[in-house]
Design a binder for this molecule. Structure first.
Ligand SMILES: [Zn+2]
Ligand SMILES: [Zn+2]
Length: 284
């Protein structure tokens, strides 16, 4: 615990030029589609979309690598039966998924948890050696106030929240307060709330420049390009305010949204490359 506290303290004290300079950029970044909701209403992603518009919505995680240093962005979910209840299928086990890009779940050093919805935090058990990075506000809300909010709690699973609380007791959680650059080497974390209380956007320093994974703070490119509110947000106004912040922190980098069908259906149009059934290379 002591070492963790120290590490977080250093990171935040420092927005530190020395710490940032010490971090070598990531050499590779991939996004991995581990499940899909076929023919889902587009209005789930884009508020107000006509009922007849449908999309095959991807459920994905991303992963960044430099040598043997590996950081996952989100943990997905690992209960395919639960996914089916939400209309999500074609689930893929993580060992095979990561093998498509030459990685293993037990080689992951850190997992950033963008927020604690079931499809982003349900898979913590698959990363036995990792530490998890989450906004303090997200964990506190999910563990405390959320169970009393019947309108919001349906997209969370109590066991996922309890697992993160347990990991925290084991010294395996780094709590982030707001915006912390270099929270771990090469990773900047930002509070971009609205979708949930403490939704976090994560930006990576890579050999091809900055890459920011907004997860569900921005569901699709259209949300942020056309200022369309999210189909699901705990606080819709705050979520749209977070778009402004994300434009600012992008700082000329590439954005990876949480559930954009085009990322996997037509990665070439975005300047990315399909490398396997489930993987798209963002940086290589
Ligand atoms: Zn979500
Ligand atoms: Zn999601």
């Amino acid at each position: 615990m002591r070492a963790l506290t120290l590490a977080v303290g250093l990171a935040s004290a420092a927005l530190a030029p020395s710490a940032l300079e010490a971090a070598e950029p990531f050499e590779k970044v991939w996004c991995l589609r581990y499940a899909t909701a076929p023919g889902a209403p587009l209005s789930l992603l884009l508020a107000g979309a006509p009922a007849e518009q449908k999309a095959d919505v991807p459920f994905a995680m991303c992963v960044a690598q430099r040598g043997d240093y590996v950081v996952m962005l989100d943990a997905g979910y690992v209960n395919p039966e639960l996914g089916k209840q939400f209309g999500v299928g074609d689930w893929t086990e993580y060992a095979g998924l990561l093998a498509e890009v030459g990685l293993r779940p037990d080689a992951v050093d850190y997992v950033t948890l963008s927020h604690m919805h079931w499809d982003h935090t349900g898979g913590t058990s698959r990363f036995p050696k990792a530490k998890f990075i989450v906004q303090r506000r997200e964990l506190e809300y999910a563990a405390g106030a959320l169970p009393h909010n019947s309108a919001a709690k349906g997209a969370f699973v109590a066991e996922d929240v309890l697992a993160v609380v347990q990991l925290n007791w084991q010294g395996r959680v780094l709590l982030v307060d707001g915006d912390v650059e270099a929270v771990v080497p090469g990773v900047d974390a930002y509070l971009t709330p609205g979708h949930t209380a403490g939704t976090m956007t994560v930006c990576l320093a890579t050999v091809k420049g900055r890459v920011c994974y907004s997860s569900d703070a921005v569901y699709t490119y259209r949300n942020i390009e056309e200022d369309i509110p999210l189909g699901l947000a705990l606080n819709a106004g705050e979520a749209v305010e977070s778009y402004k912040k994300i434009r600012r922190i992008l700082n000329g980098g590439r954005l990876i949204p949480g559930h954009d069908p085009s990322l996997f259906q037509d990665p070439k149009s975005l300047g990315f490359r399909k490398v396997s059934d489930h993987a798209v290379a963002i940086v290589e």
